[in-house]
Design a binder for this molecule. Structure first.
Ligand code: SF4
Length: 381
């Protein structure tokens, strides 16, 4: 099984914290989509005929597309790949684009069966600071309308650790979530990325990033509130109801192959990674000329092991000694067991039947645990 990611790098305006590749020149969308369809054709062999169990249209802002444009892209994928029945097809959307009419057309005139909505906050103060285009009222309304349109698999994104956000406001955010309308929640701590307006606001002293204790308290509130609502915390930043795991993102965490299409999209075929150029003009030109503009990296055993440990320990599925043994050999198993022992002794890791996981209470220090378990380059093969 494999997944396909399609990047739509256009936004009407730029959010203050965002460092994804995106541009505001939306007049280029039609020519970009033509190039995307061509790239789909050019790279149809990348996944070697593997069945496709998830397609993710992300951005940027895919909700700037019309139904015909969405269907053309999906038709091009369908023509070139072996898509399974009930394939998860996720569409990222911004609340300000989600009118009842848009949602109805999306539900009944396209095969999209999962929505991922960038809510981020139910408070205007946060949305203004982040320079999001929507207001708090739209956050509430679009979730209601998406459910009314018939979507049963809805993810919403929230951000915590926003400067000025108190524990009370974060708790109020969590309590405003319409848990009966959504199946999945992704909640990320705000990161102040270099070269963003938010970074400049921090540098000039206009805002102060939250301290570690505030982050910790907000994370604990997040775990507590979602737990009360019977949402399963299955990845550090992801929660779902009734087994509605994100099939697409779980594929990344389980080391599945994926094809990334569009400017700045990444691909992975188990032996290498490649990432398309982060420049719409260069991307379009390269594809129009029948080629591609990308960088490429071969993955050696050390990288493969380190990535396996890093992504697996973010999830409830954890690291399997059996898998380490079959892929990397008994010497690496012994080293992993030795390095993990102090975390087991401290209760910061758990091992059941040869599966190592980090319990929820220790996910906050997972970066430290993971870095202690990684191999040094001497294990290159
Ligand atoms: S809508 Fe998303 S991709 Fe676009 S600027 Fe905002 S955070 Fe970035």
């Amino acid at each position: 099984m494999a997944g396909i990611y399609i990047h739509i790098p256009f936004c009407k305006t730029k959010c203050n914290y965002c460092d994804f590749y995106r541009i505001t020149d939306i007049a280029r969308i039609p020519v970009y989509l033509k190039a995307l369809e061509k790239e789909i054709e050019i790279r149809k062999e990348y996944l070697e005929g593997d069945e496709i169990e998830s397609i993710y249209i992300g951005g940027g802002t895919p909700s700037l597309l019309g139904m015909d444009q969405i269907n053309s892209l999906l038709y091009a994928v369908d023509k070139t790949h072996n898509i399974i029945r009930n394939c998860e097809i996720t569409f990222e959307a911004n609340p300000d684009d989600l009118s009842a009419s848009f949602l109805g057309r999306l539900k009944y005139h396209t095969p999209i069966n999962r929505l991922s909505i960038g809510i981020q906050s139910f408070f205007d103060a946060d949305l203004t600071l982040l320079n999001r285009r929507h207001r708090a009222l739209q956050s509430v309304e679009c979730l209601e309308q998406a459910a009314n349109a018939g979507f049963r698999n809805i993810n919403m994104d929230l951000i915590y650790g926003i400067p000025g956000m108190t524990a009370e406001r974060w708790e109020a955010n969590l309590q405003q979530i319409p848990y009966d309308k959504i199946s999945h929640l992704s909640a990320y701590h705000l990161t102040v990325e270099p070269d963003t307006p938010l970074h400049r606001m921090v540098e000039t002293g206009h805002i102060r990033p939250v301290d570690e204790e505030t982050s910790r308290v907000q994370y604990i509130l997040l775990c507590r509130e979602t737990g009360k609502q019977q949402f399963q915390h299955y990845e550090i930043s992801n929660f779902c109801r009734d087994g509605f795991y994100s099939i697409h993102n779980s594929g990344y965490w389980k080391g599945r192959k994926y094809l990334g299409l569009g400017a700045s999209a990444h691909s992975y075929d188990l032996n290498s990674r490649q990432w398309n150029v982060s420049d719409v003009k260069v991307y379009i030109k390269a594809v129009q000329d029948g080629g591609a503009a990308f960088k490429y990296e071969r993955i050696n055993d050390t990288m493969r092991f380190n990535e396996y440990v890093m992504v697996s320990l973010r999830t409830i599925w954890g690291v399997s000694l059996k898998k380490i043994n079959s892929v990397f050999g008994s010497e690496i198993v012994a080293e992993f067991i030795k390095n993990a022992s102090r975390f087991l002794d401290a209760g910061q890791m758990i091992c059941i039947d040869g599966i190592y996981t980090i319990p929820e209470a220790s996910w906050l220090i997972s970066d430290y645990i993971v870095s202690s378990l990684m191999l040094m380059p001497k294990h290159n093969k």
